[in-house]
Design a protein around this ligand. Structure first.
Ligand code: PRX
Length: 640
C-alpha cells in the first residue's frame, strides 16, 4: 500500500513502542543535529497522544486499512452518527474515475435524504447543546464582539430561510453571497442549506468583474451582501461593487431580482448607501419579522450544496460543485480527527468563508461537530501584529499573549517550509502543540493528506500521511504509479465522500482537467515527493515546476532552501524561459519588501512569472491581493 512505513526503521518503531519516545522529542526540539530535513521527527508532546482520538500509528493503520478495504462499511458507520430522513440503500457509493470506461461519476449515499443545516444545528440542540456557544464573533475593532448559542443561531437561520422562501427561492435555486466575516455570512450559508438552495459564496475582496463573472455563470435568484466593511482602517463599500456587478450581469442577460443588504453600521450608515428601490432590501427591515422556526427541506445526498469558484490557470473560473451527503460526512470527520476535536475546545480558523477552508472548517465541519467557532471579521495586522494572539488569549481569558490555551495549530494552502514550521511550532506553540499541515484543495472538499496530531511524529514541512479512505498515488509523466521513495505527480486512485462531483455546467472541463491527464486517477496538479518513511512532501503546483536541463525542480524545494537563511523571511520562486543551462542555480535573486499574496496567504506566482518575464500587460486580476501595491514595487525592483 501507499503506507510505506518500514518496520525496520528505528525511528518509526520508536513511535510504536510507546512512552520512551518523549525523550527523542526533546532531543529534536533542543536542536540535536540531524542528518537531513527528511530525518527530523517531532513527536507529540507528553500527554498529547494519551488523550488523542487516534493515539498511535498502529491505531491509524488499523482504521486506514479498514477504510481502504471496506470504504462502504467504514463511511456508512460514520454517516450513521448523523441524521438521515431516509437511509441509503445497498450501494453506499458508486464511482468511475477512469475516462476510458466512460463518464466520470462519483456518488455517495445516493437516494438517502438528509439536510446539512439540520445536522449542524437542530441535531446538536436536540442532543442538549442548545445553550452552547456556536459562534464567537470578533469584530475588526478590538472589543467589538458578539456571540450566538446553537439555539440562537438556529433561530436566525430559520428567519432568513423563511424570508428567502417568501421571495420565491426554492430547492435548487442559486444564491450568491458576497459578505465579509460577519456572523450573517455563515447564517446565510446555513439558511440556503436549510431550504435546499445552492449557495455560491464569492470572497468579498473580489472585484466587480470577478463577481459579475460568477453571477453570470450561476444565475442566482438573489444576492446577499452588506453595505460596507472595515478592514483595519480601510472602509470597503461592498454594495457599490455589487451594484456595478449587477449592471455588468444585466448586460450579459442575467437579471437578479433581489439584493438583500445587511446594514453593517459600524462601517457605514444606511443613509449613505446607494440604493435601487424594488431590488434592494435591508436585511434588518425584513428578516427579523419572520418566524424563528422553519421546516427543513429534505434533500437527496447527491443534490448540490454549494458552488465555489476557483481560478483556472487559463480561461474562466471553475465552478466547483459539492453535494450534500458526502461533503457533510467528510468535512465533519476530517475536522474531528485532524484537530483531535474535544467538546471543550474553542476552535478558530482564520480563513474567510469566501474560500473552501472557510466553508469546510469555519462553517460546516466545526458546526457539524457541535463546536464553538471563532469568526473574525478583521485583519491579523490590525491594530497591530499581535492581534491573532490577542484573540487566542481573549477567548481563554488568560494573560496577554500567553497562548497557553493553544492545543493544536493548523496550516493550509501553501507548502509550509521547515523554517516557518519550526517558528510556528517553537515560538507560537511553545514546542508543545502539534501542527496539522493539511494538504487539500477546493475540489477535494476536505483534507486528503494530514497529520493526525497524536498518532505519529511529524516532520517539519511534510503533510505526513493520507486521511482515512484516501489512496494517493505518485505517478510519472506517463501516468505510471511509482512505488516507495519517489517523486512525481500527486494523484488519487479512488473517490472519497467529499470529492467534488463536477464543474458547474462543464462536465467536460471537469474530465479534461482532472481525469484525462492520467487515466484512472484524479490528478491534483501538485508535485509531491514520498520519503523513505512514507511521508508526503508537497513540492508546489506542477505548472510552476522549473525544468533545468531535464531536472524538474519544485518551487517549494528552492523556497525552503532560501528561507533556511536567517536573513530571509519568505521567498517565492518562479521559472522564466531561458537557454538550457547546466546547473540549477538561480540567475537572479530580487530582495523585495513583500510578496504578492492573496488575503488568504497564497503567493500568486502567476504574477511573479509575468513580472520576471516582463509580460506586464498580462498580470491579470490583482484585486484579490492583500496589498496590490507590492506588484508595482516588484516591477520597479526587477527592472533590469
Ligand atoms: O498547491 C496546493 C496548495 O493549494 C492548492 C489548493 O488551493 P485551493 O483550492 O485554493 O485550496 C486552498 C485550501 C485547501 C493545492 O493544489 N496547498 C494546499 N494545502 C497545502 C498546499 N501545498 C502544500 N502544503 C499544503 N498543506
Amino acid at each position: 500500500q501507499t503506507m510505506a512505513t518500514s518496520s525496520s526503521d528505528r525511528r518509526l518503531r520508536h513511535v510504536e513502542s510507546g512512552p520512551g519516545r518523549m525523550q527523542r522529542l526533546n532531543a529534536v526540539v533542543l536542536g540535536e543535529s540531524i542528518a537531513s530535513e527528511e530525518d527530523e521527527l517531532v513527536f507529540p508532546s507528553e500527554g498529547f497522544s494519551e488523550q488523542a482520538l487516534v493515539s498511535s500509528h498502529e491505531q491509524y493503520l488499523k482504521m486506514y486499512k479498514r477504510s481502504i478495504e471496506d470504504p462502504a462499511g467504514f463511511w456508512s458507520e460514520i454517516a450513521s452518527e448523523f441524521y438521515w430522513k431516509t437511509k441509503w440503500g445497498e450501494e453506499v457509493f458508486t464511482e468511475n474515475l477512469d475516462v476510458r470506461k466512460g463518464k466520470i461519476t462519483i456518488e455517495w449515499f445516493k437516494g438517502a435524504t438528509t439536510n446539512v443545516c439540520y445536522n449542524a444545528l437542530d441535531r446538536n440542540i436536540e442532543a442538549g447543546n442548545g445553550g452552547k456557544i456556536a459562534i464567537q464573533w470578533e469584530g475588526n475593532e478590538p472589543g467589538h464582539d458578539a456571540q450566538l448559542t446553537y439555539s440562537e443561531l438556529l433561530e436566525k437561520v430559520c428567519q432568513l430561510s423563511n424570508y428567502l422562501k417568501d421571495i420565491g427561492i426554492r430547492k435548487g435555486d442559486a444564491v450568491v453571497i458576497y459578505m465579509p466575516m460577519l456572523m450573517e455570512l455563515p447564517i446565510a450559508m446555513l439558511a440556503c442549506a436549510r431550504i435546499g438552495a445552492v449557495h455560491s459564496v464569492v470572497f468579498a475582496g473580489f472585484s466587480t468583474e470577478s463577481l459579475a463573472q460568477r453571477i453570470v455563470d450561476c444565475k442566482p435568484k438573489a444576492v446577499i451582501t452588506c453595505n460596507a466593511v472595515c478592514r483595519g482602517t480601510k472602509v470597503i463599500q461592498l454594495k457599490d461593487i455589487v451594484d456595478d456587478a449587477l449592471v455588468e450581469s444585466a448586460k450579459n442577460g442575467i437579471l437578479v431580482g433581489a439584493c438583500l443588504t445587511y446594514e453593517n453600521s459600524s462601517a457605514m450608515m444606511r443613509e449613505e448607501t446607494k440604493w435601487q428601490d424594488g431590488r434592494d432590501i435591508w436585511w434588518q427591515d425584513v428578516v427579523p419579522k419572520y418566524s424563528t422556526t422553519c421546516e427543513v427541506e429534505w434533500m437527496d445526498a447527491e443534490d448540490p450544496l454549494f458552488l465555489l469558484y476557483t481560478s483556472g490557470s487559463t480561461g474562466k473560473p471553475k465552478g466547483v460543485l459539492h453535494t450534500i451527503g458526502g461533503y457533510m460526512i467528510y468535512t465533519a470527520t476530517t475536522f474531528k480527527y485532524a484537530f483531535d476535536y474535544k467538546p471543550s475546545d474553542i476552535y478558530w480558523c482564520t480563513a474567510d468563508c469566501g474560500w473552501i477552508t472557510g466553508h469546510s472548517y469555519v462553517t460546516y465541519g466545526p458546526l457539524l461537530n457541535g463546536a464553538t467557532v471563532v469568526v473574525f471579521e478583521g485583519a491579523p495586522t490590525y491594530p497591530d501584529y499581535g492581534r491573532c494572539w490577542d484573540i487566542v488569549d481573549k477567548f481563554k481569558y488568560v494573560t496577554r499573549y500567553s497562548r497557553k490555551s493553544l492545543r493544536i495549530l493548523g496550516s493550509v494552502g501553501e507548502p509550509i517550509n521547515p523554517s516557518a514550521w519550526r517558528w510556528l511550532f517553537n515560538v507560537v506553540g511553545d514546542s508543545r502543540c502539534p501542527i496539522s499541515d493539511t494538504w487539500w484543495q477546493t475540489e477535494t472538499g476536505g483534507f486528503l493528506i494530514t497529520p493526525l496530531p497524536g498518532a505519529w511524529p511529524q516532520k517539519p514541512g511534510s503533510a505526513t500521511f493520507p486521511f482515512f479512505g484516501v489512496q494517493p498515488a505518485i505517478v510519472d509523466e506517463k501516468g505510471n504509479e511509482l512505488e516507495g521513495e519517489c517523486s512525481g505527480y500527486l494523484s488519487i486512485k479512488n473517490s472519497w465522500p467529499g470529492a467534488f462531483r463536477t464543474l458547474y455546467g462543464d462536465h467536460e472541463r471537469y474530465e479534461t482537467t482532472y481525469f484525462k491527464p492520467f487515466s484512472g486517477y484524479y490528478f491534483s496538479g501538485d508535485g509531491c515527493r514520498r520519503d523513505k518513511d512514507g511521508y508526503y512532501w508537497l513540492t508546489g503546483r506542477v505548472d510552476d515546476v522549473i525544468n533545468v536541463s531535464g531536472h524538474r525542480i519544485g518551487t517549494a524545494e528552492v523556497e525552503s532552501a532560501l528561507v533556511s537563511h536567517p536573513q530571509c523571511a519568505e521567498a517565492a520562486v518562479v521559472g522564466v524561459e531561458h537557454e538550457i543551462g547546466a546547473f540549477a542555480a538561480p540567475d537572479r535573486i530580487h530582495w523585495a519588501p513583500g510578496l504578492p499574496k492573496t488575503r488568504s496567504g497564497k503567493i500568486m506566482r502567476r504574477i511573479l512569472r509575468k513580472i520576471a518575464s516582463r509580460q506586464l500587460d498580462e498580470l491579470g486580476d490583482t484585486s484579490t491581493l492583500a496589498d496590490p501595491s507590492v506588484v508595482d514595487q516588484l516591477i520597479a525592483l526587477s527592472d533590469f
